[in-house]
Design a protein. Structure first.
Lengths: 311, 311
């Protein structure tokens, strides 16, 4: 029997990743490019670039709130250009194959389930820890058909407004954006730190990598910022554990690079907060596919939906 | 064919309810008594009282964290006497029929799905609003096999310790206990209120009903307390909506008596906080079985599990 292939696209605020993936979950070819303002054009160009004669469909993982039934991108704070667009219809028109769409963290969860750190678990939650925080839930081996906007769970309900309209969202206290905002505020107040040198006064150029690197060099401010964000992530982990008691929480995204400070602090905080019995039965681990999870998950969405149609 | 019956028991910190229920969900006989310190004995006495020759099993809905696989009550802040006990094994020994156990809010959700306000929805969340706050999740017509401890989701992560060990739990800011604690604190500070008369200085005797009744009489303190608890409940509703986007949230428990102040405020707050698209697709409604939901759900647990075994 001939091998079948699908294209998986994973697009967030920073990067667009596209891959040609076999039904067995093998990535045959992949590309990555920075997300531009012309989001739709970037997607179609990427599809052209890795297209293959025999693709059975295209799967899209998009950062934002997605109506998977209609194919519409409802809200996307990092991809404004495609907000309100029916991405499924528009891409179908051009490539004339079945097209499916999901939230990017949801398809990353699906990817980890198919070919990554989630293979051994029937029930797990995946969190993407980057500029923002996203979530995807696998329940009894399948993707739970819910938005899982875990980053927009309020954990400090009387504090600052989030860009989503809610107040005190987890994302505002535990993401890369939160760390950088926090660092800049401290530096502007004149707080002493190695970070002052690293960006030579252009605080807006600070990255989470700078903060982590300064923390490793013993910078107290940087360590405090990472620990503080970690503590807040721990509140989110405890909430997930108390509500869903997953077998595992799989962490992915750029911030897991700071595992030994940020994530360790989060695990410690979650252990203090969650019900003991539930905390003791969860494994908090790293993603294994990392950046490829979205591509694999998006392609699998295609195989999954097509096999459902033929049942 | 002969009708089959199961006994459903619903036990919380305040009351024990037991019912003899037919496979069609009809309650043939039921009793209610206050929960005593001798929890286990109260349960067995209630079973004796409504027993029927032909019962196929006993279902238990217990306030607390339950290990449904082993039958053990892991944590129950309102039923300390049975904490750590394997309730399933102990009751099986006496009555010699299949026994199943679940968290009380989970079985109330199941009850509403079978014979109440949840019949028309494939996906909903039930919240029990009483002394504490519990939750149950129905997903694609079935009970989601998770603790759903929504009352122990932290919404004010830097505030007061909850008896569960977490900090700033929803339950501490939106439950009946929260309202009464808040009222007593205000009265002790000498705040003017109709409540001062209603309990003649014995503030510890205050009930949520007193607060609601004073609020209806125009008492400002009481109105503020109800609105404040409602706002906090609204944070919880928004978190549920952003994460699970249910078709409905069904509210039950004593506090829904204060619907027009407390729940209305919660709905208003949730509408401000949740993603608009998701808020617009959820119905926030009252339970229809109310106190019987637990009995029906617990009995249904038996029919459900037995039919699974014979499949």
């Amino acid at each position: 029997m001939m091998k079948r292939y699908a294209i998986g696209i994973d697009i967030g605020g920073t990067n667009l990743r596209a891959g040609l993936v076999s039904e067995e979950g093998e990535i045959v070819r992949k590309i990555k490019k920075p997300t531009t303002e012309k989001v739709f054009e970037s997607i179609t160009e990427a599809i052209e670039e890795i297209r293959h004669d025999e693709i059975v469909g295209i799967g899209l993982g998009v950062a934002g709130l997605i109506d998977r039934e209609t194919g519409r991108v409802l809200v996307s704070s990092s991809l404004h250009a495609i907000e309100g667009m029916n991405l499924v219809d528009e891409i179908k028109k051009i490539f004339n194959v079945p097209v499916f769409i999901e939230n990017d963290a949801n398809i990353a969860a699906l990817g980890e389930k198919i070919g990554g750190a989630g293979r051994g678990f029937r029930n797990f939650v995946l969190l993407t820890l980057g500029t923002g925080i996203g979530g995807g839930i696998i329940y009894q081996d399948k993707l739970l058909n819910v938005p899982a906007e875990i980053g927009h769970m309020s954990i400090k309900s009387d504090t600052e407004k989030c860009q989503c309209g809610n107040i005190g969202c987890l994302e505002n206290y535990a993401s890369a954006r939160a760390m950088v905002t926090n660092a800049v505020a401290m530096l502007e107040k004149g707080k002493e730190s190695l970070l002052t040198e690293c960006c030579k006064g252009s605080f807006y150029k600070l990255t989470p990598e700078d903060i982590y690197s300064a923390a490793l060099d013993g910078d107290n401010l940087s360590r405090d910022i990472l620990r503080d964000a970690g503590k807040n992530l721990g509140v989110g982990l405890a909430n997930i554990i108390n509500m869903l008691s997953p077998e595992a929480i799989i962490l992915t995204g750029g911030l897991i690079g700071a595992w030994n400070i940020y994530v360790q602090e989060a695990i410690k905080e979650a252990s203090r907060r969650a019900f003991k019995h539930l905390f003791n039965s969860v494994k908090i681990i790293r993603s294994s596919l990392v950046d490829d999870a979205g591509i694999v998950g998006a392609a699998y969405l295609v195989f999954n939906e097509l096999s459902r149609d033929t049942c």
